[in-house]
Write a protein that binds this ligand. Structure first.
Ligand SMILES: NC(=O)c1ccc[n+]([C@@H]2O[C@H](COP(=O)([O-])OP(=O)(O)OC[C@H]3O[C@@H](n4cnc5c(N)ncnc54)[C@H](O)[C@@H]3O)[C@@H](O)[C@H]2O)c1
Length: 349
């Protein structure tokens, strides 16, 4: 893409909830034109087109054939990946894709190879990689590698909240079904799994346990509800480090998002969705604290992607499709371990 181009013409594939995290600032960016919207529920695409301009479609390949686009955003449920990415590859259109990057390991490995082969610019939506807090810890761990990790997302049932109470309305149409979302560990906790890889390197083996049947009301409220109430997943890293990551969607009082990393001379404690961090140093009594970015994290990620499309320089993109696929395969390996009841080696290729 020539850097002389004034406006990057963007098309969205998937016009649901997460589009609301990208569109407000993309629509305000002087160098972005929202040219087309696509959703299998075409009314959602039409609603965005009416608000932001551009054409509406119900099929990604048709949108990419009809409209000249410089970039696409793929914002679809876990089960729906594959065809939209392949349509971008055929049209040679760079894309940003939200996490997780797919649900089916064999196809995901094939897809990653096809995308790599095409050479197009890609960005996977692991926005935590752009946080100052995360990158400060990454720098420290370069010389003092992590040896132990402990992380979690612990929350209440996947029901909408009304004030302090959970309603009987499920969150989303696909989230509460493991065969569509992959389950909480894959769909949500993947952010922590990705940070574990970003900060401590590749994971070679996982062993998962699940708790089921505690969330007794949910199967009556959501027909076919089959998420694990909780998971504990032990990981062995290539470096020799070990870690444990937990998920829970059956604790109404919550427990939050956290990730702790221990190295020989540093301890880092991340807390909250924003990933505020406290860093403790061997032999020093004080702590270094960095507040996590909140409002500007999606804009920062989007800016890295749009700038890469404009200039052709990909160096500011912190997670490519190939890298995001590896995180997704690691998360899916935990499900495989659950099914098999034994540790499994993560198959990245
Ligand atoms: N980065 C984050 O923190 C974050 C936060 C929320 C959601 N997400 C991710 O974003 C993705 C979408 O989540 P959401 O909350 O927007 O879901 P959603 O259900 O609100 O929206 C998804 C939309 O995609 C459409 N769709 C499905 N298949 C399609 C296809 N083949 N082509 C075009 N449109 C299609 C659906 O009709 C729906 O409108 C998920 O992978 C989710 O994990 C990321």
């Amino acid at each position: 893409m020539a850097d002389t181009k004034e406006k990057i013409r963007v098309g969205l594939i998937g016009c649901g909830g997460i589009s609301g995290a990208h569109l407000p600032h993309l629509s305000q960016s002087g160098d972005v034109e929202l040219a087309a919207f696509c959703d299998v529920v075409v009314e959602r695409a039409q609603k965005h087109a009416a608000k932001y301009g551009g054409a509406a479609y119900d099929d990604a390949a048709k949108m990419l054939a009809d409209v000249e686009l410089d970039a696409a955003y793929i914002l679809i449920p876990t089960y729906a990946h594959g065809a939209p990415e392949r349509a971008c590859v055929s049209a040679k259109v760079p894309f940003l894709v939200e996490k997780p990057l797919g649900l089916y390991p064999d196809d995901l490995r094939k897809l990653a190879a096809e995308v790599e082969e095409s050479g197009i610019i890609t960005c996977a939506g692991f926005m935590n990689r752009y946080r100052k807090s995360v990158n400060r810890v990454k720098d420290l761990l370069k010389k003092d590698p992590a040896l132990l990790l402990d992380g979690a997302w612990i929350g209440g049932p996947p029901l909408r909240k009304e004030g302090d109470y959970f309603s009987t309305q499920p969150i989303g149409t696909w989230w509460p079904y493991k065969e569509k979302s992959g389950g909480q560990f894959v769909e949500q906790v993947i952010h922590t799994i990705d940070l574990a890889r970003y900060l401590a390197g590749e994971v070679v083996e996982v062993f998962a346990y699940a708790a089921n049947g505690f969330n007794t009301k949910l199967p009556n409220i959501i027909q076919g509800y089959n998420l694990d109430d909780a998971m504990v997943v032990s990981m062995r890293f290539e470096s020799g480090a070990v870690g444990n990551i937990m998920s829970c969607c059956a604790a109404p009082q919550g427990g939050g998002v956290f990730l702790n990393l221990w190295a020989s001379h540093h301890t880092a404690r991340f807390d909250d969705w924003a990933h505020h961090v406290r860093i403790f140093r061997d032999g020093e009594s004080g702590t270094e604290e960095i507040r996590g970015d909140i409002d500007d994290i999606f804009p920062t990620e989007d800016r890295a992607f749009i700038n890469a499309v404009k200039s052709g320089d990909r160096s500011s993109i912190r997670c490519t499709h190939a890298d995001g696929v590896r995180t997704t395969l690691l998360a899916l390996a935990a499900n495989e371990s659950l099914e098999k009841g034994c540790p499994v080696q993560v198959q990245y290729k």
